[in-house]
Write a protein that binds this ligand. Sequence first.
Ligand code: SAH
Length: 196
Amino acid sequence: MDKKKLMDFFLNLDRAFFLEEQYKAFAKHDSPLPIGFNQTISQPTLVLEMTRLLSPKKSSKVLEIGTGSGYQTALLAEFSAEVYTIEIIKELSIKAQQRLSTLGYTNIFYKISDGSSGWKENAPFDRIIVTAGAGSKPIDLINQLATNGKMVIPIGTPSMQKLFLITKDEEGNIYEKNFGPVRFVEMVGDYGWNVK
Ligand code: SAH
């Protein structure tokens, strides 16, 4: 992907648009902020870093787990062909859908459910991004990754995760690279920390 275009888009994307009234004033702070339901919009520089690691192509079909405010979704929709985004909290998904349709995106498909097992009907995906911290590597997501695909996911404990870039080669071999410590809200469901 074109790094300069990404940077320009990132700098022009108004984060306040994705926040509730009382948090808009803090939109330029490089920190996570509450979006309700004990969830947070991610730190902008981390959203940028994860998008760079994922490096979607204009032809990529992308799966996102954790729509949240829709902020990361906007970057994905701008730089890929289609985004399939799953959010477990209905109210957050609906608000994100309204925001992203106001921005004019027509290449985003929404699902309200536990996304830890992916979106089988639309697999495989060229890129998969998880924006909540997982307790372990979600095997269903790895299975839904296309050959030559890339997945960015925080994996660890509730207090600390490591950001992994997982890639699948032509033969289906899996490689992973650790990009250091990050802290995300908990991914619930089958690969969360409180496994049912
Ligand atoms: N990229 C979003 C991050 C939101 S925080 C943003 O910047 O706004 C992570 C989101 O993941 C939360 O909205 C949470 O509800 C959602 N989430 C957690 N576990 C999930 C799961 N198993 N399936 C789908 N969404 C999940």
